[in-house]
Design a protein around this ligand. Structure first.
Ligand SMILES: [Mn+2]
Length: 326
């Protein structure tokens, strides 16, 4: 994937916007800070351009994102008949657009895809794809191309996307451009300390027993550190899925772990698999082989089956892929 956006696609995007009034922006299922920040930042920018922009998502935002301007309307409004153009942000596959997109039969509307996942095949009519640290950086490039002046609201949303996806400028894909963009966003009014506190320092105390159980059950096996959260454990502690994001990132800080994996059993019989890896080890291929996708160092998939079977299948694939790397 190229490092910068294709100018032809940017021109096509501008032309598509000129032909519509109502735009629907879709963030991926189980949305993270980049999905939510990119969606809201783009919505504010398009509104500044005179468009009617709405944001939708199958799942509600996690508590750590509730400070973002405009998040109150996030996910509460499903697609409507008058939506003329759909824009998917940070969403590597059509499937990750979620149930709203399917239920409301939006497939016949023109689709713009703005995304930075290497595994994205370009499933939109217009694809704004580039290999950058966060989709929020691509949204900013689009805003610049549309000559929309940045304001503190847009800047706050977009910087949140960058902070989230780079884990505070720590991931191996953090580029000088990420700092250059963050510099611009801070000058435009985004407050780094406020965003960092919300993104990284808002863990509920009720997550600690779940983490405790996962940590004490964690197993290191030939470079793969894994743990699982069965449904009964989650129920026992009364904590939802999103409360456990961060746990797999913590696993990846373990020196002996080349790969970290967290398996979370969901109500619907699906196992949510989160993968992380050390620089130089790529887990996106394994995620893709199981119907998911993501980045070389952070990827995931959702697999139907029993926890133990899914775990064994994933471990086998990860060990095989580690064997190739070594
Ligand atoms: Mn992202």
């Amino acid at each position: 994937m190229q490092k910068t956006l294709n100018p032809t696609s940017l021109n096509e995007f501008a032309k598509a916007l000129d032909q519509v009034e109502h735009v629907l922006i879709v963030a991926h299922v189980d949305p993270d800070g980049d999905a939510i920040g990119s969606a809201l930042g783009l919505a504010w920018a398009l509104r500044a351009r005179g468009l009617r922009a709405h944001v939708t998502c199958q799942d509600p935002p996690p508590d750590s994102m509730t400070f973002l301007p405009g998040v109150g309307a996030f996910a509460t409004r499903g697609p409507q008949e008058r939506d003329e153009l759909v824009i998917a942000v940070d969403t590597s596959t059509r499937r990750r657009m979620g149930q709203h997109y399917v239920d409301h039969n939006l497939g016949h509307r023109p689709l713009v895809v703005i995304d930075h996942h290497m595994t994205n095949v370009g499933y939109g009519d217009i694809n704004l794809l580039a290999d950058v640290p966060a989709t929020a950086m691509l949204v900013l490039a689009a805003i610049d191309h549309l000559e929309i002046p940045l304001d503190p609201t847009m800047a706050t949303c977009l910087l949140t996307g960058i902070i989230t996806d780079t884990q505070g400028f720590r991931t191996s894909n953090t580029t000088p451009e990420a700092f250059a963009v963050a510099h611009r966003l801070m000058i435009a009014g985004a407050r780094l300390t406020q965003i960092t506190q919300w993104v990284f320092y808002r863990r509920a105390a009720s997550t600690l027993p779940v983490w405790g159980a996962a940590l004490s059950g964690a197993t290191l096996n030939q470079g793969v550190l894994w743990a699982e959260l069965p449904l009964d454990l989650q129920r026992q502690q009364g904590v939802g899925n999103s409360a456990n994001s961060g746990l797999v990132n913590f696993f990846s800080t373990v020196r002996e772990a080349q790969v970290a994996m967290l398996l979370t059993e969901q109500e619907d019989g699906i196992i949510d698999v989160s993968l992380r890896s050390k620089p130089g080890v790529d887990v996106s291929g394994v995620a893709r082989a199981f119907g998911g996708g993501g980045h070389p160092q952070a990827a995931g998939c959702q697999v139907a089956g029993r926890l133990v079977e899914v775990r064994e299948n994933l471990l086998e694939a990860l060990h095989a892929s580690l064997g190739e790397t070594v």
